[in-house]
Design a protein around this ligand. Structure first.
Ligand code: NAD
Ligand code: TYD
Length: 345
């Protein structure tokens, strides 16, 4: 029987991002006596609007800092007994343009956090990782936690590097750390560079939906709240030094997901646009989740309902994503998609 830990003050890095902001809400709902310190650099992907409802809540505080900034992290970690690290550069396509930035945050930043956690005597460190560290699994079958890591792009290689550093701190310093490897996540507050929100928001704007290559790549979609529930369970009950797969059990072909989005919004399939493929595009990811389920994780699997709810959220919250799309995103879109043959204008 695994012991359940409790904490008083949890540092959530990357808490202004997509999964991190959903997790901050989840954490305070599930553990109302906890304090949460959000640390975030507020890169293009960080958005305090996703946490605005917590302003004034005495349990919540925010520190703007880079996880690679030793002095700032040292100060912010004061009094924290747990750290959950969501902070990362997280988009594969951007890692093809700027791999150095990914190494700085996803490897060196993890090291800075681990070193501070060791100095402060933090009782539990949770590193948020990804199914992409396994590399792809083109034919049937599922990745299990003991599989060799074979990342195939700079993002997943940097995430695997972060994991290796976590393992080093467990072994050499006895740090109590755990790792989660989540699959492709979707839901409210996701930056619209990622596939599902990009397809939804382009459809709402009657813009083409760029499908890389043949569009027959497969992803296993995990609803963000299920991801948060898995993270929370592993934080409180995971065994030291272990990694846990968190997969949604919703394997789907990209092209089919895009068509479902168009159908829900009553838009024509003629908006689908096959464009130049991503170099080194992973064909398929699939995870065995038996280990997390043995710990007590019970994800909701109904992709149809959750995808429809997510589409409706983006349709109802247009100011949230329109503000993003008119800013830095426009430059990114021109840079990434013009090179793939999409007319941007
Ligand atoms: P996101 O890009 O939406 O958010 C990342 C957050 O980290 C942003 O708020 C950003 O400002 C912050 N950040 C980036 N660099 C930082 C730095 N150097 N210091 C401090 N803060 C910094 O990402 P997300 O989709 O919410 O992903 C969160 C985590 O989950 C990442 O570690 C990612 O690798 C992992 N993950 C994501 C998915 C997915 O499908 N989105 C799936 C599995 C795992
Ligand atoms: P993405 O959301 O970038 O996640 P990941 O690369 O981490 O899986 O992409 C999900 C899938 O969608 C992936 O197979 C790439 C594909 N994709 C497109 O076809 N077009 C796009 O514009 C984007 C962003 C992704």
């Amino acid at each position: 029987m695994t012991a359940t830990r409790t904490f008083t003050r949890v540092m959530v890095t990357g808490g202004a991002g997509f999964i991190g902001s959903n997790y901050v809400h989840y954490l305070l709902e599930r553990h109302p006596a906890y304090q949460v310190v959000v640390v975030d650099k507020l890169t293009y992907a960080g958005n305090l609007a996703s946490l605005a409802d917590l302003d004034g809540d005495p349990r919540y505080s925010f520190v703007r800092a880079d996880i690679a900034d030793e002095a700032a992290i040292d100060a912010a970690m004061q009094g924290c007994d747990a750290v959950v690290n969501f902070a990362a550069d997280s988009h594969v396509d951007r890692s093809l343009h700027d791999p150095g930035g990914f190494i700085r945050t996803d490897v060196h930043g993890v090291f800075v956090l681990l070193e501070a956690a060791r100095r402060h005597g933090v009782r539990r460190f949770l590193q948020i990782s990804t199914d992409e560290v396994y590399g792809h699994f083109p034919q049937g079958g599922e990745s299990v936690e003991t599989d060799r890591l074979r990342p195939r792009n700079p993002y997943s290689a940097a995430k695997a590097g972060g994991e290796m550093m976590v393992n080093a701190y467990v072994e050499t310093h006895g740090l109590d750390a755990v790792i989660t490897r989540g699959s492709n996540t979707f839901g409210p507050y996701q930056y619209p560079e990622k596939f599902i929100p990009l397809m939804i928001t382009n459809a709402l704007e009657d813009q083409p939906l760029p499908i890389y290559g043949d569009g027959l790549q497969r992803r296993d979609w995990l609803y963000v709240r299920d991801h948060c529930a898995g993270v929370d369970l592993v934080l409180h009950r995971g065994a030291t030094g272990e990694a846990y797969n968190l997969g949604g059990g919703n394997e789907a072909v990209n092209l089919d997901v895009a068509k479902r989005i168009l159908d829900r919004l009553g838009k024509p399939h003629s908006l689908l646009r096959h464009v130049g493929d991503r170099p080194g595009h992973d064909r398929r990811y699939a995870l065995s989740t038996a280990k997390a389920e043995a710990l007590g994780w019970e994800p909701r699997h109904d992709f149809s309902i959750l995808l429809a709810e997510t589409i409706d959220w983006y349709a109802a919250n247009q100011p949230w994503w329109r503000a993003i799309k008119s800013g830095e995103f426009a430059d990114w879109y021109a840079k990434n998609y013009a090179a793939r043959g999409v007319h941007v204008g």
